[in-house]
Design a protein around this ligand. Sequence first.
Ligand code: AG3
Length: 307
Amino acid sequence: MASPKQHQLQYTEFWQARTGLTFGVERILFNRQSAYQHVQVLQTDAFGRMLTLDGLVMLTERDEFVYHEMISHPALCLLPRPRRVLIVGGGDGGTLREVLRYSEIEQVDLVEIDEVVIEAARTCFPELSIAFDDPRARLHVADGVAFVREAAPATYDLVIVDSTDPVDFAEGLFGESFYRDCARILTDDGVLVTQSESPFDYTFQASIQAAHAMLGRIFPRVHMYLAHIPTYPMGLWSFTLASKRLHPVEDFDPEQAARRLAPFADRLRYYNVELHRAAFALPSFVRRLFTEAPSAHPESLHSDDMG
Ligand code: AG3
């Protein structure tokens, strides 16, 4: 009898002590300890190539489109005349690729702290890193917190924070002084979008609430929206859109958005005009994160209590 195919290598991102998502690994394509983090690219059996930073899944070939489309297009279709964009993080190039799809975008500054991430993308993800070669893209290998502190006021229509989880050196990208600098460098209609982890994950609920409260002290409008990302913890992911004036649903003009998307709509695989509204409709447990006090982790879910 033929023996079942066995993987010699597996990779697990642990979400909690012993719970996580495991990938079959065919080969290790890139493996480097940078000054900031452990950067790996793995060839997986089911999700294509996968980029990880310090053991956390950043993207896979198979589902990166969800994250990169959703961190970019809702804001770009909301804004009446987006011209200049700042991406903080995003050294893989995926967010940059989405922003540059719009011919009206004149300049995109991308500030990535870790040049090894850029090198991994150039080596293993040419379909993402090709965006770096666009003449409208300006790549800065620098600390995003310092970059926004030093940038001139009212420079950008959109700031996108495409960061890893709020740990270690990335923590500053989830802090109030950083958000204040983002508000300062945005134009009067400006919008800030950040990736904001999974609302399903107890460990991140408190940081989601804290970030929401901080942003609410700085921006008149703060809204969360959701997308399904199979390879991130819990598979349900959130983004936060903070805006100086525009309401992401009430001020959204579907006809303007459809016109804007028309030249490349057939290349998008997640975002569309109907989905825009749907993404801002939140499940009740997520809505309550913003109306109720942070709760302790429900200990009754712990396996020891199950007998
Ligand atoms: N940045 C957000 C990744 C967060 C994932 N967290 C996790 N796996 N625990 C992705 C960068 C893609 N441009």
